[in-house]
Ligand binder design. Structure first.
Ligand SMILES: Cc1cc2nc3c(=O)[nH]c(=O)nc-3n(C[C@H](O)[C@H](O)[C@H](O)COP(=O)(O)OP(=O)(O)OC[C@H]3O[C@@H](n4cnc5c(N)ncnc54)[C@H](O)[C@@H]3O)c2cc1C
Ligand SMILES: NC(=O)c1ccc[n+]([C@@H]2O[C@H](COP(=O)([O-])OP(=O)(O)OC[C@H]3O[C@@H](n4cnc5c(N)ncnc54)[C@H](OP(=O)(O)O)[C@@H]3O)[C@@H](O)[C@H]2O)c1
Length: 275
């Protein structure tokens, strides 16, 4: 595995530069071919896709990171799209299966490519990228994990690390997950099962278009930003992660800033098309 540490340089109050190193190493991104091994529809317009590297090598990443799929538009112009890695691995930092959840967008170029890819089909990819990751140096009492749609996939990949922080330092975790309805709740049963096995973890589906046929205790109705105040965000206790719909990310960011959370404790990943 190729790794590279990065440092954040900042100016201190007395005019000196200091360097801040995160407590884990990021993997240097590389390009590779992926072969589709398995897929199924998670929701009417969301496809779970499990790939393996065509060269047989394991895929190294830090949970929370994403890959890019490279392809050409119909006119031959090259482009790319990003997808969060959702694989639930162990603590080794390497996985054999690279799993993503692709939400179909009307008229979307990557939607056409990935929606039509058959088992055995190949795509060009690169990665891993991004720093939307848990930081081992965090000493917060509670994580607020907030997502809409496929924005929940990085939290699926983070489950083993969340298990560790819950066990090792008694950290609490609240996952607020916005979906239109029960059919569009991605990996809902997996998160419910994790919550049952880990009392420090609570899973709150937030339905924007109506309750389930049989509502559950932790279900909520409405957008995540409207449910959030019930959990009393607190700058002395919380670090928040926001992922998915860019309008949701902006709205939740505003709510958390108003609650007093410092910007470095509000970590964001907006799902926008990268062309
Ligand atoms: C860091 C990062 C991680 C991401 N992870 C994921 C992921 O795990 N799963 C996933 O499904 N997507 C993810 N995305 C979004 C993804 O990269 C694509 O933008 C998305 O799949 C649409 O691509 P497309 O080529 O099908 O549509 P495009 O050809 O890019 O868009 C077609 C049309 O739809 C509009 N559009 C694009 N996206 C949306 C949307 N979400 N809602 C409404 N209109 C839209 C465009 O403006 C355009 O008019 C991520 C984006 C980023 C930046
Ligand atoms: N039934 C549908 O209309 C439908 C189903 C699947 C996909 N799509 C289309 O597919 C694309 C991607 O859909 P997606 O489901 O992956 O992601 P999405 O459109 O971001 O929706 C995911 C969830 O986020 C909610 N949401 C939307 N705007 C929000 C905001 N400003 N603040 C907080 N929550 C917000 C949605 O509620 P609301 O939608 O209720 O506002 C939904 O519950 C979009 O183009 C979408 O329109 C539409």
């Amino acid at each position: 595995m190729k790794t590279g540490a990065f440092a954040v340089r900042y100016l201190t109050a007395n005019g000196y530069y200091n360097e801040l190193y995160p407590s884990f190493l990021f993997v240097v991104p590389e390009k590779f071919q992926l072969t589709l091994e398995d897929s199924f529809m998670l929701a009417p317009t969301v496809r779970h896709m499990a790939f393996a590297r065509a060269d047989g090598a394991p895929f190294a990443f830090v949970p929370g990171q994403f890959i890019q799929i490279h392809f050409n538009y119909d006119d031959g112009k090259p482009t790319k799209r990003s997808y969060s890695v959702g694989t639930v691995g162990d603590q080794s930092g390497e996985v054999r299966r690279l799993e993503i959840a692709v939400s179909y967008v009307e008229g979307g170029a990557a939607t056409k490519l990935l929606g039509g890819l058959e088992r055995g089909g190949q795509v060009e990819a690169s990665g891993p990228y991004g720093r939307f990751c848990l930081d081992d140096k965090d000493i917060n009492e509670r994580y607020l994990l907030i997502a809409t749609g496929t924005g929940v996939t990085p939290y699926r990949a983070m489950l083993p690390r969340l298990e560790k922080v819950i066990a090792e330092r008694g950290c609490k975790v609240k996952l607020l997950y916005g979906a239109r309805n029960e059919q569009e709740l991605l990996y809902g049963e997996e998160f419910e099962a994790f919550a049952r096995a880990h009392p420090g973890f609570e899973f709150h589906p937030c339905f924007s278009r109506g309750a389930r046929a049989t509502p559950r205790e932790h279900d909520r109705l409405g957008y995540v930003q409207n449910v959030l105040p019930e959990f009393e965000p607190d700058p002395h206790r919380d670090i928040a992660y926001l992922c998915g719909n860019p309008n949701m990310v902006d709205a939740v960011f505003t709510t958390l800033k108003e609650a007093g959370l410092p910007v470095q404790h509000i970590r964001r990943e907006k799902y926008v098309s990268s062309r």
